[in-house]
Design a protein around this ligand. Structure first.
Ligand SMILES: CCCCC/C=C\C/C=C\C/C=C\C/C=C\CCCC(=O)SCCNC(=O)CCNC(=O)[C@H](O)C(C)(C)COP(=O)(O)OP(=O)(O)OC[C@H]1O[C@@H](n2cnc3c(N)ncnc32)[C@H](O)[C@@H]1OP(=O)(O)O
Length: 174
């Protein structure tokens, strides 16, 4: 791959290339799925401001057990809707390990059926509903321990080439 440089002349392509190539090493029999990136806001283990989402394969889809904490408060005791959307978006991103192609969120829609409570355990599931060319139609749910649906979400992800990420590297240090 050609070397890409940022506006300051620093090479950036190698890092992105390494990141993208790393996905091809992650197909395994294990149902545990690796984080998208060590610093990913949704699942990165090295992002202290992140959600540390941990996701497993579940049949053709994915599943996660998750709880929100005081860092994600909106109204007292209730998770901020944007924090919930972050987690659902990231959950959808784990379906890409099964799709086997890079894709990004074009549309994300959530129904907040009941408040998501802090420090409460939830079960999150997502699956690919259908695919039309580059368009991946995705669906997910978040349930409480009693099996009650608290969130439903759908998303449209668009399959992209690695160049999508390379051309976005204007400021690789952030
Ligand atoms: C090799 C192994 C791979 C394993 C991969 C594993 C892991 C992850 C890999 C990558 C993902 C990276 C990290 C994941 C991290 C977290 C997960 C969360 C994901 C995100 O956090 S990601 C960030 C937020 N995301 C963006 O930063 C996107 C910004 N955006 C764009 O960069 C462009 O917008 C783009 C490229 C998306 C599309 O641009 P474009 O020009 O290529 O495509 P275009 O506009 O033509 O749309 C194409 C077709 O979608 C139809 N369409 C459009 N909108 C529609 C709608 N609302 N309803 C119905 N249809 C719709 C059109 O009508 C057309 O349809 P048709 O093809 O039939 O004409």
């Amino acid at each position: 791959m050609d070397e890409f440089r940022d506006t300051a002349g620093e090479p950036v392509g190698a890092d992105i290339d390494t990141w993208v190539r790393s996905f091809t090493r992650k197909e395994s029999d294990s149902s545990e799925l690796p984080p998208h990136h060590p610093n990913c806001l949704g699942c990165g283990p090295e992002n202290p401001n992140g959600h540390f989402l941990s996701v497993r394969r579940d049949g053709d889809g994915v599943i996660a057990h998750h709880h929100f904490d005081q860092r994600h408060v909106g109204a007292p005791g209730i998770a901020h809707g944007g924090a919930v959307a972050t987690v659902m978006d990231d959950l959808f991103g784990f379906l890409l390990y099964s799709v086997g192609e890079l894709a990004v969120t074009r549309r994300l829609e959530l129904d907040y059926l009941t408040p998501v409570l802090l420090d409460n355990p939830y079960i999150l599931r997502a699956a690919v509903r259908s695919r039309e060319g580059r368009k991946l139609h995705l669906t997910s749910t978040m349930e409480d321990a009693g099996g009650r649906s608290v969130i439903t979400a759908t998303a449209l992800f668009i399959v992209v080439e690695v160049e999508h990420f390379l051309k976005s590297q204007k400021n690789p240090r952030t």
